[in-house]
Write a protein that binds this ligand. Structure first.
Ligand code: ATP
Ligand code: MG
Length: 430
């Protein structure tokens, strides 16, 4: 047990970290271009924040939270999603007093006690964004556009479909709930226990139940889209116009409910069929009452959470889209103590000008240092022995071609840089 990571968690190993860096760099840059600022909030919050924020009839609060009492007797929960913490911070720091829309992005680990399977873990990671302070559907369009741009720039949008829905506001939803209850009443006894409770408190939640029996029972249920009030209907048609103007194609899916209770009006998902059953790569929507519900002023919001593991699963089906990891530029192979001293000063000089240079920290035999160079995949071995120290030149071996030439110590950095530029040109041509 000690040597096995807890169920539902995964190490991200050095062999795959470049994939994470790749999507992280692109996402951060898209957020910069869209005018979002990064925010980092604590990994845990008071349990009450999620119970209120995510909603106590949601799956998350019902059965997925990692909650515990700390030594001070407070109930603490590892964040299952990003929005509640960001809203808490926005209220705490009175950011709303700025009077302008606030646009945040973040990358976070999330924790949910779920049945692990491909694309579903207990610790997983999300990119997320939030826009606070706009009622206009332009905010929804921009939020959707951030995720869309990410998928476009990663070259995977052809495997993904954007689905949108409106789940109304408290006004039209209460009338719809009655219609839904009337539809479900004859099937009540067959519902799962959680859904029986939801029937009273929040019957819309039943539409999102994962149990196949409940899924069967809700077939043919009336949909929210047919029961929107005028304001919500107009907003939904405006959203469609704005998305079309932004050249973002979408389909309307009246079945989208979303797993969190706080959504109003817009709900959307980016879905793929390429990675198995857990195909929702990104989910989000509008939450016009959440900030107020959590003790802030009446400020509307819209945002999304995008599962990075699912994104990488999908990207993995296009292996060549992810640039390979760069090996270090050079490895210094040294023989004897005087050469070791020279190696240490050369390392400094080369690293200062930006080159990635290593040496064998085990100081093994020359043969093994070369083996190490092979294993690391470095392009150049910089060889230092007695002869090299005497002549003031290092022997530089191109590990790909086996060619070797002598280079003045002072000229080493420029030499390696120049050779790299040449090699890159050749690589591009082939
Ligand atoms: P699902 O219906 O798949 O459980 P959800 O509605 O619970 O998703 P959200 O809470 O909206 O999902 O989270 C946003 C995104 O985070 C999801 O679309 C998905 O990509 C990712 N995600 C959610 N839960 C997990 C998990 N347990 N493991 C990996 N990724 C997840
Ligand atoms: Mg879920």
């Amino acid at each position: 047990m000690l040597t096995k990571a807890p169920k539902g968690t995964k190490d991200i190993l050095p062999e795959e970290i470049h994939k994470w860096h790749y999507v992280e760099t692109i996402f951060a840059d898209i957020c910069r271009r869209f005018g979002f600022s990064e925010i980092r909030t604590p990994l845990f919050e008071h349990t009450e924040l999620f119970a209120r924020g995510v909603g106590d009839t949601s799956d998350i609060v019902q059965k997925q939270m990692y909650s515990f009492e700390d030594y001070g007797g407070r109930s603490i929960t590892l964040r299952p999603e990003g929005t509640a913490g960001v809203v808490r911070s926005y209220i705490e720091h009175k950011v709303f007093a700025d009077g302008k829309p606030t646009k945040y992005w973040y990358e976070i680990p999330c924790f949910r006690y779920e049945q692990p399977q491909s694309g579903r873990q207990r610790e997983f990671h999300q990119f997320g964004i939030e826009i606070f302070g706009s009622e206009n559907m332009l905010a929804d369009t921009e939020a959707i556009s951030v995720a869309y741009t990410l998928f476009m720039e990663l070259g995977i949008m052809d495997e993904i479909e954007l689905r949108i829905n409106s789940i109304g506001c408290p006004k039209c939803r209460s009338a719809y709930r009655e219609v839904l209850r009337a539809f479900l009443a004859p099937k009540y006894d067959e519902l799962c226990d959680t859904c029986k409770m939801r029937y009273e408190k929040n019957p819309m939640r039943i539409l999102d139940c994962k149990s196949p029996i409940c899924q069967e029972l809700i077939k043919g249920a009336p949909v929210m889209l047919d029961h929107l009030c005028d304001e919500c209907r107009e907003a939904f048609s405006e959203l469609q116009q704005d998305l079309s103007a932004a050249k973002i194609s979408f389909t309307i899916d009246p079945g989208i409910v979303r797993g969190l209770d706080y959504y109003t009006k817009t709900a959307f998902e980016f879905v793929t069929t390429a990675i198995g059953a857990q195909g929702t790569v990104c989910g989000g929507g509008r939450y016009d009452h959440l900030i107020e519900e959590l003790g802030g002023p009446a400020v509307p919001g819209v945002g999304f959470g995008l599962g990075i593991e699912r994104l990488l699963l999908l990207l993995g089906t296009y292996e060549d889209r992810i640039p390979a990891q760069n090996p270090p530029d050079a490895l210094i192979v040294f023989m004897g103590d005087p050469a070791k001293e020279k190696a240490l000063s050369l390392l400094n000089a080369l690293r200062t000008v930006g080159l990635a240079v290593e040496l064998d920290v085990c100081a093994r035999s020359t043969k093994n240092q070369f083996k190490h160079a092979d294993k690391t995949g470095v392009r150049f071995a910089v060889i230092l022995g007695e002869n090299e120290l005497a002549s003031g030149k290092a022997a530089v071996k191109d590990m790909n071609t086996g060619e070797q030439q002598d280079v003045d110590f002072e000229a080493l950095a420029d030499f390696i840089k120049q050779e790299h530029i040449k090699i890159q040109r050749l690589d591009k041509r082939s």
